[in-house]
Design a protein around this ligand. Structure first.
Ligand SMILES: C[S@@+](CC[C@H](N)C(=O)[O-])C[C@H]1O[C@@H](n2cnc3c(N)ncnc32)[C@H](O)[C@@H]1O
Length: 285
């Protein structure tokens, strides 16, 4: 069987679960199986696929048909232009969270950040992306999940930032030994009503601890806002990802714990409220 036939079969097979992504996913699976880049795959479409690779492709397709997310199957995911190792121990980093990194880098450019922390780091995608782009900043990256921190450690090593990103296990900001200039957090924010409505890829495969934000989705975020103040240096800033419909509830919580600071909600490129920013250097009258 040629690579082209394998690709066509894979697309047909994947169309049953995801019409839009079937072609792209088929390519990525074939690339993972053969170890080829996209370019070499397309240059070799008329070549035969080896029986061993054909067998592996069938196994991977079967996993995908059981709705395992593709990034877990191919063990990688791009985030902020960097390739991260991912598996079922961590949430798959989402493109929406790149806005957190972008805003954090803007703040760093404005005022210089010596010490920062990523709370609920998961795969380490946010901390590592920041560390790669801010070579003079030291980071703490915390998570309640030890298995998630094992994945974060892989990604710190992969991107050569393991000396500057200190991984700490524990609840929210508890493990931070010092106050920092910048706190960044993408914590679980899915409410109990929403959890059962999520795609099977998320519900059945991504870690519940990375998704479950309690009854109203804001349990973790509220606890984070309540405890973050003492872990911020004077003039420090806090950036937190929120769900698109959580602005109305999240802003008053932030206001309660940061009554004098500027609080803004920043929309993503699709216009959805996505990031809540607290700036303790910009005081309101
Ligand atoms: C939505 S995931 C985000 C992961 C990563 N920051 C990202 O953006 O891809 C939330 C992360 O917070 C962690 N987490 C959940 N509750 C926590 C807590 N109380 N303290 C610290 N981390 C927590 C989870 O283990 C998970 O890795």
């Amino acid at each position: 069987m040629t690579m082209r036939q394998s690709l066509t079969d894979a697309v047909r097979c994947l169309s049953s679960i995801s019409q839009e992504e079937a072609y792209l996913e088929a390519q990525l699976l074939l690339m993972a199986v053969t170890g080829m880049t996209r370019e070499s795959l397309f240059q070799n479409l008329t070549q035969d696929i080896s029986p061993a690779n054909e067998e592996v492709l069938h196994q991977l397709l079967a996993r995908r048909l059981r709705r395992e997310p593709l990034p877990y199957i191919i063990r990688r995911r791009f985030f902020f232009g960097l390739e991260f190792y991912v598996d079922g121990r961590v949430l798959i980093p989402r493109p929406e969270s790149e806005l957190l990194v972008e805003k954090a880098l803007q703040i760093a450019e404005e005022k210089g950040i010596h010490l920062a922390a990523d709370v609920g780091t998961g795969s380490g995608a946010i901390a590592v992306s920041l560390a790669v782009n801010l070579p003079h900043t030291l980071f703490y990256a915390t998570d309640i999940s030890s298995p998630a921190l094992e994945v974060a450690a892989i990604n710190c090593r992969r991107h050569g930032v393991q000396e500057r990103v200190h991984l700490l296990q524990g609840d929210l900001v508890d493990p931070l030994p010092h106050a920092v200039d910048l706190l960044v957090a993408n914590l679980p924010y899915i409410s109990h009503v929403t959890l059962p409505t999520l795609a099977p890829e998320i519900r059945h495969f991504e870690p519940a601890i990375a998704l479950d934000g309690g009854e109203d989705g804001l349990h973790c975020i509220a606890r984070f806002l309540a405890t973050a103040g003492p872990k911020l240096r004077p003039g420090g800033a806090l950036l937190i990802e929120i769900g698109e419909s959580q602005k109305q509830e999240a802003v008053p919580i932030a206001r309660k714990y940061f009554p004098k600071s500027e609080i803004v909600v920043i929309p993503d490129l699709a216009g959805k409220d996505r990031v809540l920013l607290v700036r303790t250097d910009a005081l309101i009258p």
